[in-house]
Design a protein around this ligand. Structure first.
Ligand SMILES: Nc1nc2c(ncn2[C@@H]2O[C@H](COP(=O)(O)OP(=O)(O)OP(=O)(O)O)[C@@H](O)[C@H]2O)c(=O)[nH]1
Ligand SMILES: [Mg+2]
Length: 654
């Protein structure tokens, strides 16, 4: 592809990094290409080596804006190298022509491979110091080093920082490589690993990093992780210039409100609030480097590098007790401090002491729970690792105990909300998932399980207590509480009613299509009770008395009476038949046509009862709207004429 023909080249962005053994000319090359000296620390100047990351901007011949991260080559500073190399688009692997391939040439190459850096150019530096023959030999070594890797076809450029040889070719090669690069998505939530923190007079705390995803604008609120602290963006800079907005793929400096210099450090993250969660246990796929000299034994201490962070922890193998060099396995990273990861993030593992790169891999589940080796569920982990979005979502949904929002599912599977919403619709259409509540999703298996649990309880109760109409909704819900979340219960219960799988009367529910007849003896007892209550006028015997007479059948009779609307509990003490209350209502209605106000004394006369009955009866009349209070007296209530709420239902049971 001809890079000059790319119309959007000037709007393109990239971050590239150096790599290679100490003293192989990384910093000198960056200086030659950009005019910037990336060795800024006094100690770096004094010792003539790079210690920490350096940064320099470059605009390529076709106009791609590049941020260069210059890394130290010294083996003691691989940790610093690691904090800058994550998230780069391309690596320049430098090999000094006079020295050839050296240990950190190999280690840095291993790291960029483990991190999945997609592109690379090999730069043979110090070409001014060697003969052609020697140069060809070093070139052959370089090819041999890259053989079988993703960089096998990487271009090799001969270069000298002293003479400027190869500079034009290197820049042209850079443009060729970057032209094939896809621009990063700026629509996703922003995510920035912090690799430097300092203070700027008048602006307070400033952090820098490569913006991995999304965009950041002045005034945005970001979340600092793992501390979970809010930070507002005061100023955005890219390559030293203040800009309105930084986009993914740019070296970015953010001045932050509300954060002191010592509250944030290298290794922290700034992300869209709520978009990622920190976790100390991560499910991963781990691969041991082919040149690691031993087997990796499970549970060794190690250093976990992701983004700009280094966290100490242990790496437990999940499929066996040891892993051979060059092999990979499902594993669990258990850290002493939380990491901030997303599914698919690449990481590097270094041994605890002495520190050397041993392997790396990708994150499968960033916030996991501890699992034992060969515990059940490893196959699910495999689905989570490589399954389609639908398969992963479905697996996640089946784990949810209640309907989950699209946003929380998107977070759980580390995908955008839009992608998850689309996949949910497809799962819905195929019957694998459904939204029992608006915008809240559940796996079909769990949904059917919930419905079955409810139906089973209702059926069991009806079989156990044939004399009762059915279980009360409250008892049903609390009985299933351990296995069914309240919102799931309500949704499933309502669905069963709507489909007429259940029948609800008052608060009681029974299976539909199984007509219920009250047992003859309960019905007879109810009728006897009604007769007894009515024979006393409104001065009925109190409940404790007649319940004692009924004995064991009292509960059944009361349940039947209230189910049929034939018994009404007026107070703790007194229950009346619906007919008695209806007669009272009619009397009251007639009375109020003659006189608009009724005192308690008037009521006692009207109902022929003492105060003991008059007060609870009047309070009942107030409750059902037959009367309303007017000082100590009553006036007619709105429901009085309308044969109120307590009208008896038809006597026959259905
Ligand atoms: N002759 C010659 N010398 C070079 C060239 N490039 C770098 N040097 C010299 O090699 C030494 C190391 O160069 P640096 O650029 O500091 O090496 P580096 O790879 O950045 O080293 P670290 O960052 O410490 O890993 C310096 O003295 C440079 O002047 C080159 O192309 N030709
Ligand atoms: Mg250097």
């Amino acid at each position: 592809m001809n890079p000059g023909s790319t119309p959007t080249a000037s709007s393109r962005l990239a971050v590239i990094g150096t790599a290679g053994h100490i003293d192989h000319g990384k910093t000198a090359m960056v200086r030659r290409l950009t005019g910037h000296d990336t060795d800024r620390l006094p100690e770096e100047k004094k010792r003539g080596i790079s210690i920490d990351l350096g940064f320099a901007p470059l605009v390529t011949p076709v106009g791609v804006q590049v941020g260069i991260v210059d890394v130290p080559g010294h083996e003691r500073f691989v940790k610093n190298m690691l904090s800058g190399v994550g998230g780069i688009d391309l690596v320049l692997l430098l090999i000094a022509a006079d020295e050839g391939v050296m240990p950190q040439t190999r280690e840095h190459l291993a790291i960029v491979k483990l991190l999945g850096i997609p592109r690379g150019i090999v730069v043979l530096t110090k070409c001014d110091l060697v003969e052609r023959e020697w140069l060809e030999m070093v070139k052959r070594d370089a090819r041999a080093l890259l053989a079988g890797t993703a960089f096998a076809a990487a271009p090799i450029v001969e270069f000298s920082a002293v003479t400027g040889q190869g500079q034009g070719e290197l820049l042209a090669e850079l443009d060729r490589q970057l032209a094939e690069l896809e621009n990063r998505s700026t629509d996703e939530p922003p995510r920035l690993p912090v690799d430097r923190v300092f203070t700027v007079e008048g602006f307070g705390t400033v952090v820098t990093g490569t913006l991995w995803r999304g965009r950041v604008r002045t005034g945005n609120t970001l979340e600092q992780l793992p501390a979970e602290r809010a930070a507002r963006v005061r100023r955005v800079q890219v390559h030293g210039a203040t800009v309105e907005e930084a986009r993914a793929g740019q070296r970015t400096a953010l001045a932050l409100h509300g954060l002191e210099r010592d509250q944030i450090e290298r290794g922290d993250w700034l992300v869209a609030p709520g978009s990622l969660r920190p976790g100390s246990v991560l499910d991963v796929r781990f691969e041991l480097l082919p040149d690691y000299p031993r087997e990796w034994v499970s549970n060794q201490r190690m250093r976990f590098h992701l983004g700009a962070s280094e966290i100490i922890g242990r790496l437990a193998l999940l499929e066996g007790t040891a892993l051979r060099p060059g092999q990979s396995a499902l594993a669990q990273v258990r850290l002493e401090r939380p990491a901030v990861a997303a599914r698919g993030d690449r990481f590097v593992i270094r041994s605890y002491s002495p520190s050397r790169t041993v392997g790396g891999g990708s994150v499968i589940e960033p916030v996991a729970v501890r699992r034992r080796r060969q515990a059940p569920g490893l196959d699910q982990l495999a689905v989570h690792e490589s399954g389609s979005l639908e398969a992963r979502l479905l697996q996640r949904l089946e784990k949810e105990t209640k309907p989950a929002s699209t946003a929380s599912l998107a977070q759980a599977v580390s995908e955008s909300e839009a992608a998850v919403a689309g996949a949910l619709d497809r799962l819905g259409a195929s019957g694998h998932a459904l939204a029992p509540l608006p915008g809240r999703w559940l796996g079909a298996t769990r949904w059917h399980g919930a419905r079955e649990a409810i139906e089973r309880e209702v059926r069991d109760y009806a079989a156990r207590y044939p004399a009762r109409y059915g279980i009360s909704k409250g008892d049903l819900k609390s009985g299933l509480k351990a296995s069914l979340d309240a919102s799931l219960f309500d949704a499933a219960f309502d669905a069963l009613l709507a489909e007429r799988a259940l029948e609800l009367r008052g608060e009681r529910v029974r299976p539909a299509g199984e007509p219920w007849q009250p047992p003859a003896e309960t019905m007879a007892a109810l009728e006897r009770l009604e007769a007894e209550l009515e024979s006393a006028g409104l001065a009925v015997p109190d409940s404790a008395t007649w319940q004692a007479t009924l004995g064991n059948t009292a509960a059944e009779v009361v349940a039947l009476g209230s189910l049929l609307g034939r018994l009404v509990r007026v107070s703790q003490e007194f229950t009346y038949t619906a007919r008695q209350l209806e007669a009272l209502r009619a009397k009251l209605a007639a009375r109020f046509t003659k006189q608009p106000v009724l005192s308690v004394a008037d009521f006692k006369d009207l109902a022929s009862v003492s105060r003991k009955y008059a007060v609870p009866l009047l309070e009942h009349c107030d409750r059902v709207g037959w009367t309303v209070r007017a000082g100590d007296a009553r006036k007619a209530g709105a429901k009085l004429a309308a044969a109120g709420a307590q009208e008896p239902k038809s006597g026959g049971a259905t």
